[in-house]
Design a protein around this ligand. Structure first.
Ligand code: IRN
Ligand code: FE2
Length: 637
């Protein structure tokens, strides 16, 4: 057991590896319409190696950045103090909030005197806000009244990926700048399944999407530290990383570090699913240090309060838990209000029953009392709390299938319809909503699931857990689910909840968290490409050009995980000189297809041949060379 003071000493600063800037990268900010609106991006510098297409240089590429101030060497971060309150001024200016003297929750009052816990707490140093009586502080409420908030403008700038700036840089990069720009910006038209992403995302577009309920900006007024982001199918596909201790393992400092680690690799939101000890304190540390929205499942903590006895849960305990967490600044709540009493028997013939933790807690409560769920019956009361802090709903899929066998069954679809009904209740209160989805769904049933969600939940953003496309690969469920995530993202899911390799097997460690995130970044980006998100292909094109030009360092650095790419290359060619070589160890110096293509082009150039003819001539010459060397052709991608 570590004592409080040991804990504090150990966590004064976050683990350096979790917060160091990524290689060849620096933080850049784009100024919005006001001085306190600075939108962060990551700029990846490329080498000056002369390139194939002429003498032009390779301008740095700017990418979306979720890592917050952690990767900015200029920002001095002390996690005991938390991050700067970036949005504090925006919230205050709106004049619709009031400051409470301290946390009003029972938890706060009961435990304030505990000296050990006091040292772990932040509330004592920060204001706790609530909407003034009668006010509604949700982004949806502002949007519907025609107000473009700084949060919306922030999101608009972020989603455009500084494409215009990159175009200008490319054009100025050398004599062939214009040609290169056209090449690097080219992408295949997408198939969007009804999503319509404009070429330029404006603050007004963001406002309109929020007003219609087609997107949300999770942004609790008690989480002023966040850099706002949007979840909606007309924006970049987002990913969520789950962290959290259980009764069995992991400490507060580890959880904070997992959060910084998760956002370093691209987590757009983080859910704290802690269920063990010091649940309140763990969350406070995470929220105060998180630049991304934090989600929770409040029923987990409510269950702790009744010592794990689901049947002893009451509305009062649940309501107090919601208020406690809303005052801490949690940005979205998973609430399993669609698990209704009449739906529970529908799970009787399932292969895997109810696999959702929250869903099973509510099912147990409903059966024990033989009563309708208090989450369903009190839904409007919950909305009142949500709009007083701007907490977004993530309506839980408590009846999601836990196996391909159970996919798209009666119970799942009955719940989905109910979530659609509740969406309209929430929207009546101008409360932001997204809808959680499965789970385990074989590929051929995924599209149907997405279409039903859009129709029945009135286009509220879908947020799915995978889905896992097959059940036969425990240990590899980041892959079984990454496949489903890519597909459902393409069809229109707005956010993908990651699954790590430890799914079904144990609590993920740091490596699992990273593997889950990279897998989901791949799925999300593949979906952006397929949807035809304007500008999605730039990074692919820039990386492909670096690859073709044997700029190894640039290839590593432009990728999602430069460290792994570099270490794989080092395994066989560790020397620095090999980072400029025109081949790698996969095919060796003589059989590199890209080297050969370049030789072919050079040959054509020398011979003064044109196009097709050149290619044929070159290939003939190469073929002779190959056979001469006893070539075996390797298939490669
Ligand atoms: C996402 C979509 N469907 C479920 N999720 C996530 O699963 C949800 O956001 C939360 O992180 C977790 C909740 O699990 P239970 O309580 O439904 O098992
Ligand atoms: Fe599962």
């Amino acid at each position: 057991m570590t004592t409080t003071s040991q804990f504090l000493a150990a966590t004064a600063l976050v683990d350096a590896a979790a917060v160091a800037p990524l290689p060849n990268s620096r933080k850049v900010y784009q100024q919005g319409s006001r001085p306190d609106l600075r939108v962060p991006f990551r700029e990846i510098t490329q080498s000056d190696t002369p390139t194939l297409f002429g003498g032009e240089s390779n301008p740095p590429l700017t990418v979306y950045d979720t890592s917050g101030p952690y990767t900015d060497p200029g920002a001095a971060i002390d996690i005991r103090k938390g991050l700067p309150a970036l949005r504090a001024g925006w919230i205050q200016e709106r004049g619709d909030t009031e400051q409470l003297s301290g946390p009003s929750s029972r938890h706060g009052q009961q435990r304030r005197d505990d000296p050990a816990l006091q040292a772990l707490r932040f509330e004592l140093q920060r204001p706790v806000l609530r909407a003034k009586s009668g006010a509604n502080v949700s982004q949806m409420h502002y949007a519907r009244r025609g107000i473009v908030t700084p949060e919306m403008e922030f999101v608009a700038i972020r989603e455009n990926l500084r494409r215009d700036e990159y175009l200008v840089a490319l054009r100025g990069s050398g004599p062939d700048g214009e040609k290169i720009a056209r090449r690097l910006l080219r992408q295949h038209p997408g198939q969007s399944f009804g999503a319509s992403i404009p070429a330029q995302i404006t603050p007004e577009f963001v406002r309109d999407e929020i007003a219609r309920g087609r997107a949300i900006i999770p942004a609790n007024i008690n989480h002023p530290e966040i850099e706002p982001m949007a979840i909606g199918r007309n924006f970049l596909v987002k990913i969520n990383a789950n962290i959290g201790n259980s009764a069995l393992g992991s400490s507060i400092s580890e959880e904070v570090e997992k959060m910084t680690w998760a956002i370093r690799w691209g987590g757009d939101t983080v859910m704290d699913l802690s269920t063990g000890k010091n649940i309140h304190e763990t969350r406070e540390w995470i929220v105060r240090n998180s630049p991304v929205p934090i989600g929770t499942v409040p029923i987990y903590q409510a269950l702790e309060k009744v010592d794990g006895k689901a049947e002893e849960l009451t509305w009062d305990i649940f309501r107090d838990t919601l208020i406690e967490q809303a005052e801490q600044g949690v940005d979205y709540f998973t609430i399993h209000a669609g698990v209704r009493l009449p739906f529970i028997p529908m799970t009787a013939d399932r292969m895997t029953g109810i696999v959702s933790r929250g869903g099973s807690i509510m099912a147990k409560w409903c059966l024990a009392h033989h009563k309708e769920s208090f989450l369903y019956e009190r839904f409007e009361d919950i909305c009142e709390i949500m709009k007083a802090y701007d907490v977004s709903f993530s309506l839980g899929d408590g009846l999601r299938p836990g196996s391909g066998y159970d996919a798209n069954d009666e119970a799942q679809l009955a719940e989905l319809r109910t979530l659609g009904e509740l969406t309209q209740v929430a929207w009546k209160h101008d409360v932001q909503v997204m809808i959680e989805g499965p789970g385990h769904v074989p590929m051929h049933l995924i599209r149907e699931n997405m279409e039903l969600q859009l129709e029945q939940c009135h286009e509220a953003p879908f947020y799915t857990l995978g889905p896992l496309t097959t059940d036969i690969a425990p240990g590899y469920d980041h892959i079984t689910s990454g496949i489903g995530a890519a597909l459902i993202g393409w069809y229109g899911t707005a956010m993908l909840c990651y699954v790590t390799p430890k799914e079904h097997l144990g609590l993920p460690n740091k490596k699992d968290v990273k593997d889950g995130i990279i897998t989901y970044k791949i799925a999300a980006h593949a979906a952006d490409l397929a949807k035809g998100h304007p500008g999605a292909a730039i990074r692919d094109n820039v990386l492909s050009k670096a690859r073709f030009e044997f700029r190894w360092e640039d290839q590593f650095n432009l990728g999602l995980d430069p460290d792994t790419a570099r270490s794989f290359h080092d395994e066989t060619l560790p020397k620095d000189s090999m980072k400029v070589a025109h081949f790698c160890s996969m095919c060796g110096p003589h059989f590199c297809s890209m080297k050969i293509t370049q030789d072919v082009r050079d040959y054509a150039h020398r011979q003064g041949l044109e196009g097709h003819q050149a290619l044929q001539e070159g290939m003939r010459e190469k073929a002779v060379e190959f056979v001469g060397k006893g070539a075996r052709l390797y298939h490669r991608t």
